[in-house]
Write a protein that binds this ligand. Structure first.
Ligand code: UT7
Length: 320
């Protein structure tokens, strides 16, 4: 019998403090008009004291577990995607494990920047289908505000903090679950989007640097291609797709990708206006919004996609 990984519950957590474009424009040389027109972003959430990638992740997991009706103790795999861990080590996944009081599990972080949730989902899906675990927490969690150069208007207005999580359970012989995933990386483009520090180089955390225009160009092409690949692998056509939940970096990238694929905008979940780019958290945060407001229903065909630093990119097709 074929085993599929089924999403049982979705949870989200955002920092308390919401920052709109006007508040940013009072600090850096930018404007609400520029940010909305170029990106679609209207506000973002910024972590305050005591709010970390780990605490946000744990809150998102608690909500996902409660909605799934599954106890934390029944989780045997935790895969957490982040580029902004609480510490260089141990993994934030093990910190979440401790915060949730899970006595024993496989727990590790995945580093694929904005594509991290797709990488984490794909790894967890493989492990569930391979019989290594039965119930997983797959998390995307970030506090990018802590690696932003707040004097660089070209980047600091684009990002926000938050966490999203799904509870994934192995099910034998059902219709629902992950149908296909596809992942890619091309390290020749490291310098397009990176952090200028690290434990083994500068010994510092560093700040985010990005060549935005180049990233934009690659994003539309790579996302279009990987969406085509994942649909083919799942034996689906664009017409079968009920919802696309894209990485929320820029509304213009999302629009251009949908248009190139021939997908109507009313089947695309857009939350970049309220969350900004939350890197690995963006896809599960958007998924949570569309599940909670009733757009995404059990049985729907949903496609997730993301692209980020590395470059890395990927997509997943599932029957929700
Ligand atoms: O999540 C990982 C992947 N990341 C992305 O997908 C981001 C991809 N890139 C983008 O979303 C866009 O390239 C940006 C939003 C980053 C920039 O938009 P753009 O339309 O490519 O603008 P640009 O970089 O070409 O800059 C246009 C102008 C420049 O001025 P000049 O040289 O034309 O005089 C910038 O200096 O806009 C200026 N500018 C700003 N002006 C006001 C850049 N940032 C700002 C700002 N406020 N915050």
């Amino acid at each position: 019998m074929s085993v599929k990984s089924v999403i049982r519950g979705v949870g989200a957590a955002l920092p308390k403090r919401r920052v709109d474009n006007a508040e940013l424009a009072a600090q850096v040389d930018t404007s609400d008009e520029w940010i909305v027109e170029r990106t679609g972003i209207r506000s973002r959430y910024i972590a305050g004291e005591g709010e970390t990638t780990g605490t946000l992740a744990a809150d998102a997991c608690r909500q996902a577990l409660a909605r799934a009706g599954i106890a934390a103790a029944d989780i045997d795999l935790i895969v957490l995607a982040t580029a902004t861990p609480d510490q260089t080590f141990p993994s934030t996944a093990t910190k979440v494990q401790a915060m949730l009081g899970i006595p024993d599990a496989i727990a590790f972080d995945v580093q694929a920047v904005c594509s991290g949730f797709l990488y984490a989902l794909s790894v967890a899906d493989s492990m569930l289908r391979g019989g290594n675990a039965r119930r997983a927490l797959v998390i995307g969690a970030e506090t990018f505000s802590r690696i932003l150069d707040w004097e660089d208007r070209a980047t600091c207005v684009l990002f926000g903090d938050g966490a999203g999580a799904v509870v994934l359970e192995a099910e034998d012989g059902g219709e629902r679950g992950i149908l296909a995933t596809r992942l890619h990386a091309d390290g020749r483009h490291n310098e397009m989007l990176y952090v200028d520090g690290g434990p083994s180089t500068t010994g510092t955390v560093g700040k985010l640097r990005m060549k935005g225009r180049e990233v934009f160009r690659h994003a539309v092409v790579n996302l279009h291609d990987v969406l085509g690949e994942v649909l083919e692998a799942a034996d689906l056509s664009v017409a079968d797709v009920d919802w696309v939940v894209p990485h929320q970096a820029n509304a213009r990238i999302i629009d251009a990708t949908a248009r190139k694929l021939g997908l109507s905008a009313d089947r695309v979940v857009l939350t970049v206006d309220r969350h900004a780019n939350t890197s690995a958290a963006s896809v599960p945060l958007a998924l949570e919004v569309a599940v909670q407001d009733g757009r995404i229903k059990p049985g729907d065909i949903v496609v997730l996609e993301a692209m980020g630093g590395g470059f890395t990119w990927g997509a997943a097709a599932l029957r929700f």
